[in-house]
Ligand binder design. Structure first.
Ligand SMILES: C[S@@+](CC[C@H](N)C(=O)[O-])C[C@H]1O[C@@H](n2cnc3c(N)ncnc32)[C@H](O)[C@@H]1O
Length: 273
């Protein structure tokens, strides 16, 4: 049984101590290198307890590549990692996560759009940015780049996910629990497995894993956040309803033929006057 919340050192340091081919699935949202000044001048609502979110962009990207490659090493062949990030701008120059993800060992299976329904930056030099990205990365088994397919009930959820941000959490940048629950339930379904989050923050991924009967490993640099995670895991039953509501969405309610006859979602574009 592998259920740990670790705290000492950085994610990279803790990962380097784990053996090869250990985990089945990983999910994370790293610090985004938002360029905070004096702890929060630019994005004053997202200021972490210990970590400073300001590095030279080339240093940041090199660190993320090293982290993702270390995660690749500790993931079982056939395993997956879901990496949440977003497009950012620095003095008008765009930084796209695909720039560094494509320089890692992972095979990129899909780019999922997360519609957060809220904009962090509402200046008018571009449309308000409400989207983030979730990269589904896989470690191929036997050189197969496609690998195991999702069951239809999961695949029907499509590549655009709409989850509003989490409000009921003192951490500055938590996931809504439905997000890791969707990933874990879709990829592992009823299968047993170990789920890791190397920047676990308030432990949302771990709580979802626990409620879905999976093993979990979490790492965060902040002692306070680890304490928060442990307390949340203790009272995880309080979050079961939200996870159960997400699971209800994973269903094939009607066959393809019946959906087609009623003009409903078949995956094909339909023009409506
Ligand atoms: C976006 S937050 C993750 C939030 C998490 N998904 C949740 O639902 O609560 C990023 C986390 O990374 C942590 N962090 C920053 N630098 C780190 C490092 N080098 N090693 C480990 N954790 C780090 C921060 O303390 C913060 O909690």
């Amino acid at each position: 049984m592998k259920q740990e919340v670790q705290q000492i050192g950085t994610a990279l340091d803790r990962l380097s101590k784990l053996p090869d081919d250990l985990v089945d699935l990983g999910i994370t949202s790293p610090p985004y290198n938002k360029g905070e000044k004096n702890k929060g001048w630019l994005v004053k609502n997202v200021v972490y307890d210990v970590a400073m979110d300001k590095k030279a962009e080339c240093v940041y990207q090199a660190e993320q590549i090293a982290l993702l490659d270390e995660l690749y090493r500790i993931t079982k062949p056939g395993g997956a990692f879901f990496y949440n990030h977003k497009t950012r701008w620095n003095k008008g120059v765009m930084h796209h996560p695909i720039t560094w993800i494509s320089r890692t060992k992972w095979v990129i299976r899909q780019e999922i759009i997360w519609d957060r329904m809220i904009a962090a930056n509402i200046r008018g030099w571009r449309f308000w940015q409400v989207d983030e990205r979730i990269y589904w990365l896989i470690k191929p088994q036997d050189n197969k780049l496609i690998g195991k397919e999702l069951l239809s009930k999961h695949a029907l959820l499509t590549s655009v996910w709409r989850f509003p941000p989490e409000r009921n959490n003192s951490h500055p940048a938590p996931f809504p629990i439905e997000l890791p629950a969707r990933i874990i339930h879709s990829v592992l379904d009823e299968k047993d497995g170990i789920v890791i989050d190397p920047y676990c923050g308030s432990g949302t991924t771990l709580v979802a894993a626990k409620l879905l009967n999976k093993h979990y490993i979490g790492i965060d640099i902040s002692k306070d956040y680890v304490k928060h995670t442990k307390a949340r895991l203790q009272s995880s039953e309080a979050e079961r309803t939200k996870v159960a509501e997400e699971l209800l969405k994973h269903a094939v309610l009607r066959s393809f033929k019946s959906r087609k006859s009623k003009g409903e979602n078949t995956g094909k574009y339909k023009y409506h006057d």
